[in-house]
Design a binder for this molecule. Structure first.
Ligand SMILES: [Zn+2]
Length: 104
């Protein structure tokens, strides 16, 4: 398998490849303004368990929360949890969650 393909994802915290979709988090495109400090965090990819080890996390969280509280923010909301590993995107206007019941 050649490196550099579309599925080639490297964790910004540990530098290793992310192979499991469940252990993958991407910041996505946060801003298109190169002068915005968040610009450097665009498309950052992380193992979920390594979000807490990602050095700019606290700064990233503060800036994103500021941005989301401003009128400039559009699109889904990044939801910060007490546990950084549970960081997730939430699409606005969607209140229902698909939860399958069953005994796993
Ligand atoms: Zn990692």
């Amino acid at each position: 398998m050649e490196a550099g393909g579309p599925l080639y994802r490297l964790c910004s915290a540990c530098g290793k490849m992310i192979t499991y979709p469940d252990d993958y988090f991407s910041t996505g495109a946060l801003t298109s303004d190169p002068s915005d400090p968040l610009y450097t965090h665009n498309m950052t990819q992380l193992h979920r368990q390594h979000i807490r080890d990602w050095k700019p996390y606290d700064d990233f969280r503060r800036r994103v929360e500021e941005l989301q509280n401003s009128a400039a923010w559009k699109g889904p909301e990044l939801v910060f949890d007490e546990d950084p590993a549970r960081l997730h995107w939430q699409t606005k206007g969607r209140t229902s969650e698909n939860r399958e019941e069953g005994c796993g």
